[in-house]
Ligand binder design. Structure first.
Ligand code: MTE
Ligand code: MO
Length: 423
């Protein structure tokens, strides 16, 4: 058997090397997509290409898993006496398969109900938290000089990747075999330090993840909008909440919002803020803040789903139903679409008239009884609960009725124009 497959070791080495590179690029592209600090540096143009790259490499990593399956039995036999290698192999397989399957759900998100995507995102994130520090540790400690001298001469498939100079150097350093233990302890010490450093570096953000963003679902932390300092709120006075808002009829949001923006966070002041409805309407209007919060509002409880996989359930929103604003404005007969403008002066989106007149589409002013914080789209944001949240324009300050379709900010950059959430 072994004679008929002379390339077995090389096949394993090739798979290992390819897998290493793919996981490296997947890690970098994944961090670019998910890490809110880095998210800020990337503009919208970069996001979709990076996501496409991430998906293609993710599919490729699935192909590598498939290529490995037929070799697995023999590989396991080869390492049956090496518990550490077996442990490493099983762990890495769990990581790769877990990343792959959850990645498929996140890629094909529109085919699954939001609960699936939420679960897949938690799995994807959790595996990353555990897996990336582990893989860094694994890679660094496998560098030849970090190995115990006696392990250096053991022929494993990784040896195929060593260049001949390194092998020669190792062969000439045979004398190390007889060196006393303190030398080995130094290597051991380095490994422990590296492990500890990685753990310490990852821990704070990991715990933040556990108690907030998607991980909050694991610890069922009460959710909503994180307490952010109020010095960004220059909107005076605060709107007076309705009793249903004060009592938070939804019981309080479940899950956490992630703050998304494609521009630096804009700030608004009630002295200069205004809200406009214009275009193909009979009565174009402009409100200042006091006039705007003087309009009658209603309260609804609804779920909020981002197309990247996180959701916030049972939000108590208070605001003006969009259909009311449209009715008051009086639509001209050639009005077909409703275009929404963000006060960030970049972000826009559209709904058809029929979509815009759905009962739960709301121009929201309060969330869970409090004014919507600037970071989360306050003072006024749109809410379209039945569609992915890229339709829910933050810092809404203008509504225009138009006769031809307009393609929104993210739809221009690759998001589906059909944003309906599967129920
Ligand atoms: N102006 C503006 N509105 C926006 C976005 C944005 O980047 N800018 N992101 C959209 C997306 S993709 C989502 S998921 C939600 C996020 O809302 P949040 O930042 O309050 O969590 O806002 C939507 N509305
Ligand atoms: Mo989103």
């Amino acid at each position: 058997m072994s004679k008929r497959k002379p390339g077995f070791g090389k096949q394993l080495a090739d798979l290992h090397r390819w897998n290493g590179w793919i996981v490296l690029i997947l890690t970098i592209s994944g961090l670019l997509l998910a890490w809110d600090v880095v998210r800020g540096w990337l503009n919208g143009e970069a996001r979709n290409p990076i996501k496409q790259l991430h998906i293609i490499l993710g599919v490729l990593s699935g192909v590598l898993i498939l290529l490995y399956v037929p070799l697995m039995k023999r590989h396991l036999k080869q390492i049956r006496q090496r518990p550490k290698q077996k442990g490493n192999l099983s762990f890495v397989m769990v990581l790769l398969v877990g990343w792959f399957l959850s990645g498929i759900v996140l890629w094909q998100i529109r085919r699954f109900p939001p609960e699936w995507a939420n679960g897949a995102l938690i799995v994807h994130d959790l595996l990353t938290w555990i897996g990336v520090p582990y893989i860094i540790y694994h890679s660094v400690t496998r560098i030849r000089w970090m190995k115990k001298p006696e392990r250096r001469s053991i022929k494993t498939f990784e040896d195929h990747t060593d260049n001949s100079i390194a092998s020669t150097v190792a062969a000439h350093s045979n004398r190390e075999f007889s060196e006393p233990t303190p030398w080995i302890n130094r290597k051991q010490f380095l490994k422990w330090s590296l492990g500890a450093a990685l753990a310490v570096a990852a821990a704070p953000s990991f715990f933040r993840w556990l108690t907030t963003s998607t991980g909050g679902a694991l610890t069922s932390t009460p959710g909503g909008m994180k307490d952010v300092s109020d010095n960004a709120n220059l909107m005076i006075p605060d709107p007076t909440p309705l009793p249903d808002s004060v009592n938070v009829v939804g019981g309080g949001a479940k899950g956490y919002f992630r703050v998304y923006t494609v521009t630096p966070l804009p700030t608004f002041d009630s002295k200069t803020w205004s809200f406009t409805i214009d275009g193909l309407v009979d009565k174009p209007s402009l409100w200042n803040w006091e006039q705007f919060i003087g309009m009658a509002r209603t309260v609804q409880v609804s779920d909020f789903h981002c197309v990247t996989g996180w959701s916030v359930y049972k939000n108590t929103w208070e605001g003006i139903p969009l259909s009311t604003l449209l009715r008051q404005a009086g639509l001209k007969s050639n009005a077909r679409f409703v275009k929404f403008y963000s006060g960030d002066e970049v972000y826009t989106d559209t709904l058809t008239l029929e979509q815009a007149n759905m009962d739960d589409v709301m121009v929201a002013v309060l969330h869970d009884g409090k004014p919507i914080h600037r970071d989360y789209g306050g003072p006024v944001r749109l809410i379209v609960p039945q569609m992915y949240a890229y339709k829910s324009v933050k810092w809404l300050d203008r509504i225009e009725l138009i006769d031809k379709d307009h393609i929104g900010y993210w739809e221009v950059r690759g998001y589906d124009t059909d944003a309906w959430v599967k129920t």
